[in-house]
Ligand binder design. Structure first.
Ligand code: SF4
Length: 374
């Protein structure tokens, strides 16, 4: 079974208007504090002698770290953990923060997949989202990354942005094709409570994207990318053959992963736990030789089975029924016969060729399906 390592880098230049991730305004002193603590945390887990198939350095904005700090982070991760020879090693980056020097350090230290937060091509939409880059910086970042040797690049896009038209979304999709990304993640905007964008919508200063338009945008991205020979392999993810994101597949198959850094979550040995989101508490705990864990949940067999079903259903291929049986000694239908019958009658799921999967309709009403298995 594959094992993933997630490293959370909790810094950004400035908070985007829709973001509720854990990130702090970057400064070099805090980055020092963070790296020292992170090294301690990795030192602790190194005793477990873990072998990772995938590594994902996310955030926040990992590429905001200065070159020497990036090198230190990657060196520390390499020093404390084994990565399999063919490990997929992803780093998230924002276009405006990447330099040639940083990209060379990333490649030299084993990063082989770059995930770029692009979101949209139109400056007005980037402004609505509060993103700091412009599309010209995206083009430059991809050009340099290709020269440096990155042949596995993901582009993150957002649809359903307030004020976004169908034409703008189609134009964004067509424009990013010029970058020839190996992978695209296309998520609809979630208006998270407490974010400036959600507040602006609540106060009527800006209109949320109508649901029908958002659905049209989702249908469009699927049709468009399939025509461009991308495989639609997860609800929101598309790849050229051989370029699925293996790290995220670890999550969707409900396999194990270790998360380090503030706010990082882990799932190992029938437990889920999460670190404090507070940078200073994180650092203080580790300097006092304590783990910065603030929540730990022991999973029951029922928890594990539920999670495996609703995460597995995110994959277009569906949940592998044999694998489920081998893992839990029971079939999915034996546990949820009524739910499966009901959802099948509603044409939301189907069982065929050894998989349980969402139908065309179910893909668009996925949350309605998932709650049945919780
Ligand atoms: S760059 Fe990403 S993590 Fe940072 S504030 Fe923006 S959305 Fe949040």
């Amino acid at each position: 079974m594959s094992l993933g390592l997630y490293i959370h880098v909790p810094f950004c230049l400035r908070k985007c208007r829709y973001c509720d991730f854990v990130s702090y305004a970057y400064n070099r002193n805090d980055a020092e504090l963070y790296l020292n603590a992170l090294n301690r945390e990795m030192e602790y887990y190194a005793q477990r002698r873990l072998d990772f198939n995938t590594v994902f350095i996310g955030g926040g904005t990992p590429s905001i770290l200065e070159t020497d700090h990036l090198e230190r982070l990657l060196y520390s991760a390499r020093q404390h953990f084994q990565w399999t020879e063919d490990a997929e090693v992803t780093m998230e980056a924002n276009p405006g923060t990447l330099t040639e020097e940083k990209l060379y350090v990333m490649r030299r230290m084993g990063v082989n997949r770059l995930s770029l937060g692009v979101q949209a091509c139109q400056q007005s939409l980037l402004n609505t989202l509060g993103r700091l880059h412009d599309y010209q910086q995206v083009i430059q970042a991809v050009q340099i990354a290709r020269v440096v040797g990155f042949n596995n690049i993901n582009i993150d896009l957002i649809f359903g942005i307030p004020g976004q038209t169908l034409h703008q979304w189609q134009k964004t999709l067509a424009t990013v094709m010029n970058l020839q990304p190996e992978h695209l993640s296309c998520y609809s905007l979630q208006l998270e409570e407490g974010t400036p964008l959600a507040e602006a919508v609540a106060k009527g200063k800006i209109n949320a994207c109508p649901e029908e338009l958002e659905l049209q945008m989702y249908n469009d991205v699927i049709d468009f990318l399939i025509k461009k020979d991308y495989q639609h392999y997860e609800i929101s993810n598309f790849s050229k053959p051989g370029f699925n994101c293996e790290h995220n597949i670890t999550y969707w198959k409900n396999n194990q992963y270790l998360g380090v850094g503030p706010a990082a979550h882990s799932h190992m040995q029938m437990q889920r736990w999460s670190n404090t989101t507070e940078l200073r508490q994180y650092a203080n705990n580790l300097m006092d030789n304590d783990l910065p864990v603030v929540e730990r949940h022991h999973l029951t067999r029922q928890d594990a089975m539920s999670e495996t079903v609703f995460m597995g259903l995110r994959l277009i291929k569906g949940l592998d029924l044999d694998q489920f049986y081998r893992r839990f000694g029971q079939g999915v239908y034996d546990i949820w016969p009524q739910q499966i019958n009901k959802l099948t009658d509603q044409d939301l799921i189907e069982m065929s060729e050894g998989y349980l999967r969402l139908t065309y309709k179910g893909l668009r009403l996925a949350n309605q399906v998932f709650v049945e298995f919780v």
